[in-house]
Design a protein around this ligand. Structure first.
Ligand SMILES: *Cc1c(COP(=O)(O)O)cnc(C)c1O
Length: 410
């Protein structure tokens, strides 16, 4: 059969096992343990000869179905769902590295990812070498025989820059290391990571995929395109699990032993989130464009940045990688910090909050919040000015968002 479109596929991924009541919706299996018919069957299960759920920290039916949907929608070879985006990132790096190893990472990162690399993992002897990802020579000069991966975000936030992914893939291939992308902002209906040479995707499903800020979750996606024998930290798994070595190590070691599993209730929310993902993103995008054009035309507003706008420096890259929909986050500037605060305080429809990809439109002043702990130099290096606001556009009616901005500007 011809491959169906994103939403048709989302709605029709088969259950792993037929539901005894022929439920159309995957039921919520809110349970901890599963029983066996006999002692022999339990033994067979623990030997890997009889596959069944045992204990929900390791696997459970509702979470499994969420993973199956993500697998179909990312066109990938293996998916593990975990408790948050940070759990997806930390589990991935822990599975690939050991003390003495390093990764090369972009400098512009989600704040807690930066802190994980710079503080938490550093204390265990895993080093992140931060690089300007536009600079091929700098990246290559940081790679050595202990480098396990190049790590980057598909669209940086709040700078909204898009890197040359083919260039990163070429460097990674040349040095036999992995290319890992955090594709949270560009969900699988707009970005098919596999087509651009990305081996592993990490996603905070808390954002778009949760269906509107319903729950915390993370997803690790293996595109099945890396030879795991190239990573010595996976050698225990490559012989037995071959191309599934990475997912096997996550399941049988890292995520099981650190206990970062996704809750069944979360999976239930996020299954629904995937069903409506495409239509939500389309609506957010239409709103984002309408707001961007309105802001661009207003004389009080400067520096509107959204790679979906034709005038944006990253517009061509947005078309090339994301079908023209590079997420639905935008930034813009007013004259001063005071005018930003006055503007934000006047808003009636748009909410002051730090999340992304909610159904509601959210605004934040990054300089005084997300970057509050950064020094003046660090903020300048990250391109964060106190005149700048970030907006994450939701699914309200565009005319109401524009009217809200218009009244708050005046
Ligand atoms: C939110 C976010 C994360 C972290 O996800 P949580 O679900 O909050 O743990 C990581 N990367 C990006 C790009 C994010 O926006």
């Amino acid at each position: 059969m011809k491959k169906t479109g994103f939403t048709t596929t989302a709605l029709n991924v088969p259950f792993a096992k037929a539901d005894p009541h022929h439920s159309l919706q995957m039921p919520l299996y809110e349970t901890v343990a599963f029983e066996f018919d006999s002692a022999e069957q339990i033994e067979a299960n623990f030997k890997g000869e009889y596959i069944a759920h045992v204990y929900s920290r390791t696997s459970s039916p509702t979470v499994e179905y969420f993973e199956l949907k993500m697998k179909a929608l990312t066109n990938s070879s293996g998916v593990v769902a975990v408790s948050s985006g940070m759990a997806a990132i930390s589990n991935t790096i822990l599975a690939l590295t050991k003390s003495g190893d390093n990764i090369v990472s972009g400098k512009r990162l989600f704040g807690h990812t930066y802190a994980l690399f710079d503080q938490t993992l550093a204390e265990f002897g895993i080093e992140a070498r931060f690089s300007d990802l536009r600079d091929k020579n700098e990246i290559e000069s940081l790679i050595d025989s202990n480098t396990r991966a190049i790590y980057f975000e598909t669209v940086t936030n709040p700078q909204l820059e898009i890197t040359d992914i083919e260039m990163l893939a070429e460097i990674a291939q040349k040095h036999n290391i992995l290319l890992i992308a955090d594709s949270t902002i560009t969900p699988p209906n707009v970005f098919q990571a596999r087509n651009f040479g990305i081996n592993i995707e990490v996603i905070s499903s808390t954002k778009y995929i949760s269906g509107g800020a319903t729950s915390f979750g993370g997803v690790i996606v293996d595109h099945g395109t890396y030879d795991w024998q190239l990573n010595p930290n996976l050698s225990k798994y490559t012989e037995k699990f071959k191309q599934n070595a990475f997912i096997a190590k996550i399941r049988k070691n890292i995520y099981r032993n650190t206990g970062g599993s996704m809750a069944p209730q979360t999976a239930r929310f996020q299954i629904q989130g995937l069903d409506i993902l495409e239509i939500r993103v389309e609506r957010c995008y239409k709103n984002c464009l309408a707001l961007g054009e309105f802001l661009n035309a207003n004389s009080k507003v400067q520096g509107v940045v959204y790679p979906g706008l034709k005038t944006d420096a990253n517009y061509q890259a947005a078309l090339h990688y994301f079908n023209g929909i590079p997420g639905t986050i935008m930034s813009f500037e007013l004259e001063s910090k005071e005018s930003c605060y006055a503007f934000m305080n006047q808003l009636k429809v748009i909410r002051r909050a730090t999340n992304l990809n909610d159904n509601k439109t959210l605004i934040i002043h990054p300089y005084s919040t997300i970057y509050a702990e950064f020094s003046e130099e660090e903020r300048a290096a990250a391109g964060i000015r106190d005149t700048m606001m970030r907006i994450s556009v939701g699914i309200e009616n565009a005319e109401d968002l524009i009217a809200d901005i218009e009244q708050a500007l005046n």
